[in-house]
Design a protein around this ligand. Sequence first.
Ligand SMILES: [Mg+2]
Length: 442
Amino acid sequence: MKDKILGGIVGLAVGDALGVPVEFRDRRSLKDDPVTDMRGYGTYKQPPGTWSDDTSMTLCLLDSLANGLDYADIMKKFLSWYRDDAYTAHDKRFDIGGATRRALERFEQGIEPLQCGGASESDNGNGSLMRILPLAFYLRSLYRDEYTEHDESFDIIHNVSSLTHAHKRSMIACGIYLAVAERMFDGYHLRDGISSGITRALAHYEEDKIFTDESKGHYYRLGCQWKKFTDESGEEYCRVWKRFTDLRERDIKSSGYVVDTLEAALWCLLKTKSYKDCVLKAVNLGGDTDTVAALAGGLAGIYYGYDAIPKEWTEKIARFDYIEDLCDKLSTRVSAGDSKFSSDDLKIIQERFHELILKRAKPLKHFLADKNKRLPVISNEIFRRELWYTVPGMYGGFAYKLTEKEGKPLLTTDSWCRICGGSGQTHEITVDGCVLTEEGFV
Ligand SMILES: [Mg+2]
């Protein structure tokens, strides 16, 4: 978890800092003069590595969540940034969004935290989306498994948005973003993870009728768009007409409007294969460069990992040690509740699982044995989460999931494989051995 927090938060700060010098530049002018490295000055006349309100407010939330979820405390920390320049790169705040400023001033007047955010159509800038990421780590530690399977997670996400942005459209953007963030943790292929996160969030909003119209009306491009066709016999049928992945750069706006920003960030993640390419693509879309790159960088930092963020950029980031300390603080808090099995126990289970795979995939024994490192690694990270291991070179594989039995790790695995004979066998593996619990068919 520590690496994911650092990857996500530093990934966000680096994206923000790359975008700050060219904020509001249009796409055409950036085509002639693309950002390829950490620049300084430009729009706000700040030195290289300076991050803006996106990172400041993210750090406020991060710091507050390290002590648990307390809406008033989050607002107090936002206020200390707004009024006293806390959580800033160079002890001086240099920008703030209109909706955020109005919400913080309401809080100063004694309004309850969850009543402070504006809820009108014009309050749909990206101001709550840009700072929501730390909540992913908190929710993951709270529910231990997939937090989007719990409706309360969406309630918490919406509340944290509504501190400054209480319109449903802004809340939904935060819900979709954090559903994708969840899929970036581990086990998913990038494209599958993005699409599965979006699908999960849209399904939630389809069920929650208060949000359905808003979600369908403004986030339809993120899902599959269906169209009616007529076949030769005159019969009508529906098929997928356009997917989000089909959208081209000219279809993507990168403005400060929450829907545009979310689409642009997810699109950059989809269209690139490294942290570096992802954030540079985001910045060079122009418009709200710092926020699009911060959001794309946060997800890319979780997915590719902290080590994938170029060192020459992190070295330039203002107050890097301070950001790292805050990440440590949250990581200590969220790891405390984790169910951690001893690495010795996990190692025994992993060896037994590998033996099982090798036994059941006899024809490929030499291949698999030689490529031992390609076999699944059992770690605490997969606790209560099912992963799928495809046996290289053959049709089928093993689904496996780590749970617990009397405080000890228990791996349940379903094999599904034609060549190794049979389908549907279920095994339970503990430190004491491997037991077949369901025969399946052969
Ligand atoms: Mg900014």
